[in-house]
Design a protein around this ligand. Structure first.
Ligand code: AMP
Ligand code: MG
Length: 405
């Protein structure tokens, strides 16, 4: 029985939640934490900045020496550059030349910028009063020791990486990335470094799937190409289950004489939730639970495998990794071309979305045959033609979204 796209997503989401009530975490090197989610609060063991520092290249002075005065002359003692520690106290009517980022010497409580003063040998001329605290970044102004500047559940982006580095975190606890096992089926498949032979095609799905998995920072366990042989295929699927948290097969999921995936699911007594979805491309998609692991039988057609991974697999991987933000937000798109569709399945048409005068428009990119990838390569987005809609005409408005974000 064919189920609706929304219903399929709901089932997957619920099973994913059930299996992942207790999220696991792992420690990763700071740079590998990019686009991952913190599994713990980050405490600061230091004050940031750790000392009062100059925000400008200029002169560190005592504001008192300029209070209610004009045309002040101070004596320049020496230069403090970033990284220096000046032990000597700044005395009355004295100034230190100071560079941006350098530690404010004791006694000083203000910095006046280089551009606002005049100097002659060791004399510094200041025209007006300088207020206390001027151009000083105070100790702990950004973060105090004991603060929690980043909370559990935070998505780590480049600024979070910078903040973690400034707090001295080289390794970060993030929610664990699942290992996705992939099993590529098809007697017609040859390796990508092979010359084309009669009747054979290169195995592209293994690479697009690995790229999709990499794009969400999950791990891959690939058993590679498996012949359309029921016994061997079952063995390889079981191996993938042993080594992974989620298993995906590519191809062999339909009703052909050599499509064994659904039979194998029965044989191993997997809890099959659905075997057919009203989506185009991607109708022969199955979903099952086996040994508390998720299983997706995806179609072999190259654009169908990508479309179904994006719609069904990616969201569950992300939720396992603690990513809750709805990245694939849909918006209204005005069609610039006519698009053919049949009623009975929700159709995902890969298009070019351009914003013109604040309105998003969708342009055709070529044949949407599920065996082709070319149009998808020329697309930056997808529009969704609802099941009951059928063909649509230029000027009509549909929901769309950007892809591979
Ligand atoms: P299947 O779902 O096994 O019937 O395959 C559907 C179509 O996708 C056929 O035209 C296959 O040749 C093609 N196909 C299956 N697996 C792959 C793959 N790994 N790489 C590229 N094309 C594939
Ligand atoms: Mg096949």
């Amino acid at each position: 029985m064919m189920i609706e796209v929304g219903q399929a997503k709901k089932i997957i989401n619920e099973e994913g939640k059930l299996l992942n009530r207790e999220k696991k975490y792992e420690k990763v090197y700071i740079l590998d934490s990019l686009n991952r989610v913190l599994s713990e609060d980050i405490y600061s063991l230091d004050n940031l900045p750790p000392f009062d520092k100059s925000a400008m290249d200029g002169y560190a002075i005592r504001s008192l020496d300029t209070q209610n005065k004009e045309n002040i002359t101070l004596k320049i003692k020496s230069l403090i550059k970033a990284g220096d520690f000046c032990e000597e106290l700044l005395e009355e009517n004295e100034a230190y030349k100071i560079m941006t980022g350098a530690m404010i010497p004791s006694g000083a409580d203000a910095v006046i910028q280089i551009e606002l003063v005049k100097t002659k040998s060791n004399d510094l001329y200041i025209s007006h009063e300088v207020k206390k605290g001027n151009n000083i970044i105070k100790l702990g102004e950004e973060i105090l020791r004991g603060d929690v500047p980043l909370k559990k559940g935070t998505l780590i982006r480049p600024p979070e990486i910078g903040l973690l580095a400034s707090l001295g975190y080289e390794f970060i606890n993030v929610y664990k990335a699942p290992t996705v096992g992939i099993v590529i089926t098809g007697d017609e498949l040859i390796d990508i470094n092979s010359e084309i032979e009669e009747g054979k095609i290169r195995n592209s799905n293994e690479y697009s799937l690995k790229a999709l998995i990499k794009s969400v920072n999950a791990k891959v366990f690939s058993v590679g190409i498996v012949k359309d042989d029921r016994v061997i295929l079952k063995e390889k699927i079981l191996l993938a289950f042993e080594k992974s948290d989620i298993v995906i097969t590519s191809g062999g999921a339909s009703v052909g004489d050599y499509d064994f995936v659904k039979d194998i699911l029965q044989e191993i007594e997997a809890d099959v939730k659905f075997t057919c979805v009203a989506i185009k491309p991607g109708k022969p998609t199955s979903f099952a639970v086996y040994n508390s692991k998720l299983f997706f039988a995806l179609p072999g057609n190259p654009s169908a495998v990508i479309n179904t991974f994006e719609e069904f697999v990616k969201p569950v991987i992300k939720s396992m990794m603690g990513i809750t933000e709805n990245e694939s937000e849909e918006f209204s798109v005005v069609l610039k071309d006519d698009f053919k569709a049949k009623v009975e399945r929700e159709k995902y048409v890969y298009v070019n979305i351009k914003k013109e005068d604040g309105v998003y428009y969708a342009y055709k990119t070529g044949s949407q045959c599920s065996n082709h990838l070319r149009a998808m390569c020329n697309s930056n987005g997808v529009i969704i033609i609802p099941k009951e809609c059928g063909s649509v005409k230029a000027g009509e408005v549909l929901n769309g979204k950007f892809i591979f974000k």
